[in-house]
Design a protein around this ligand. Structure first.
Ligand code: SAH
Ligand code: SF4
Ligand code: F3S
Length: 458
């Protein structure tokens, strides 16, 4: 099945271990791809400590939710799940409920009234001890943030279903203080992971049949490894991973408009197997809003970066994130966002209504003063415009030939396959019996706003 890979709720997609004598752990993951990767790290740690994994909440001795705090509705959803977990606990003796991840880090002991375990993103190595120490009277918590932890030595248990695409965290935390954003508080200071361990992980994945790796970080462009043996920046890391094999596709996310360098763009252009797609969150088309958001670039800077990308890589896929209704956003600021979207023609976008997060700079300095109805109206306009832009962007592809990595059968028609082009656009095309992980050459015949409908040319 082809699912959106950016923002997932990856429920119980765990490869089960069968040993019935081990205590069983069940995990649900919310939020970004980094959280999905963290769940893989958590499972690896717990597996080494003697736990078996289960896909069924009813079988679980330990029920975990790896959580997200990015917007209020993300947290509300988790509160609802906690109530459902507590029903499991009431019905079965000895069940332990744990909240890990960003919401654990943000709310800390406020969660302890409802659950037995609270563990922040840098404390996963201590999970086995914390679990052992839990009693009905003493729930356990570790929310210490670290300057060093990258889990570099831990081989994640892969949660992806098809064994084709995997995610590799190359750094943790974030040093930007975008005024609306909770991530610096939930994930701590930015730190980069030893490049040797990243390249090894990618190589092992390739040797095990994987065909695509996505290098993950909140701001991959600021990846920086310093050691006596030598330093490495992001484009150098990208190159080192691309050199593993021309058959291994390399993707990365997320790029920050203030930091994406010409060197990254030229490195992408140099290697066929570095996918021609950049996720470049703009947030707003208004320089006034961008200043208030502390994004450290303005509209002109963003458009210049897009121009540079397109001059070096004309077919580069470009996607973005947009926030509607940030503090003080005027109708003119909103129109600036719409006009930027029309100018750039993004392939797709994640679009959000501004949600004030306690503790952030914006929550202290700027009132959340755009009424709910107005935010929703603006967001709906943004979504409608993006629908038209996605179609426009896809229409440009008609007649082009593309190399697609097969993900599996298409959802609608089992005689067709789906997979992504280098640009990250989803293609659907007739099957000739290929399986997930094979490459196919296709030609775009027609399009919708979400899909390229292709014929075979191989
Ligand atoms: N590190 C990435 C984004 C991580 S969060 C970057 O800097 O681009 C993913 C997206 O969530 C952000 O790009 C932003 O569009 C959105 N977001 C973050 N905080 C938000 C908030 N308080 N309200 C609404 N959307 C928010
Ligand atoms: Fe949040 Fe900004 Fe860091 Fe992205 S770069 S995670 S939006 S603070
Ligand atoms: Fe990711 Fe949500 Fe945390 S987006 S970094 S899980 S707040």
């Amino acid at each position: 099945m082809c699912l959106d890979q950016e923002m997932t709720m990856n429920m119980n997609s765990i490869r089960p271990l069968t040993d019935p004598s081990r205590p069983k752990v069940y995990i649900e993951t919310y939020g970004c791809q980094m959280n999905v990767n963290d769940s893989e790290v958590i499972l690896s740690i717990l597996q080494d400590a003697g736990y078996a994994l289960t896909e069924s909440i009813e079988d679980a001795d330990v029920i975990l939710a790896n959580t997200c705090s990015i917007r209020d509705n993300a947290e509300q959803r988790i509160w609802g799940r906690i109530d459902q977990f507590r029903i499991q606990k009431r019905n079965r003796n000895g069940v332990v409920i744990g909240i890990v991840g960003c919401m654990a880090e943000r709310l800390k002991d406020k969660l302890l009234e409802k659950v037995d375990l609270v563990a922040g993103p840098d404390s996963y190595r201590s999970l086995p001890e914390l679990l052992k120490a839990i009693t009905p009277e003493s729930p356990q918590m570790n929310v210490l943030l670290s300057h060093e932890e990258t889990y570099a030595d831990i081989a994640p248990v892969r949660l992806d279903k098809n064994g084709v695409s995997a995610f590799i965290s190359i750094m943790r935390g974030c040093n930007n203080v975008c005024s609306y954003c909770v991530v610096p508080y939930t994930r701590g200071r930015e730190r980069s992971r030893d490049p040797q361990t990243i390249v090894n992980e990618a190589r092992i994945l390739f040797e095990n049949g994987y065909k695509e790796v996505t290098l993950l970080g909140q701001n991959v462009d600021s990846y920086a490894w310093e050691s006596p043996e030598g330093n490495m920046n992001f484009p150098q890391l990208l190159e080192a991973v691309a050199l593993i094999s021309p058959e291994l596709r390399v993707r990365f996310s997320t790029s920050h408009p203030k930091d994406i360098s010409d060197e990254v763009i030229y490195t992408m252009a140099k290697y066929d197997n570095i996918c021609k797609h950049i996720h470049l969150p703009v947030q707003s088309g208004s320089s006034i809003m961008l200043e208030k958001m502390r994004r450290k670039y303005n509209r002109e800077w963003y458009l210049e970066r897009v121009g540079k990308i397109r001059s070096v890589i004309p077919d580069c896929g470009l996607t973005t994130d947009v926030i509607a209704g940030f503090s003080g956003e005027t109708e003119q600021d909103h129109q600036d966002t719409l006009s930027l979207m029309e100018e750039v023609v993004f392939d797709s976008a994640f679009m959000f209504a501004y949600s004030e997060r306690p503790g952030t700079l914006a929550s202290k300095k700027y009132p959340d003063d755009i009424p709910y109805e107005e935010k929703t109206r603006r967001l709906n306009e943004i979504i409608a415009l993006q629908g038209r832009m996605s179609l426009k962007s896809n229409e440009k592809e008609v007649g082009k030939v593309m190399k697609v990595l097969v993900e599996g059968p298409s959802k609608k028609n089992p005689d067709e396959l789906c997979g992504r082009a280098s640009s990250n656009k989803m293609c659907v095309f007739p099957s000739r019996g290929e399986k997930a992980g094979d490459y196919c050459q296709v030609k775009v015949e027609s399009v919708t706003s979400a899909t390229l409908i292709c014929s075979r040319i191989d």
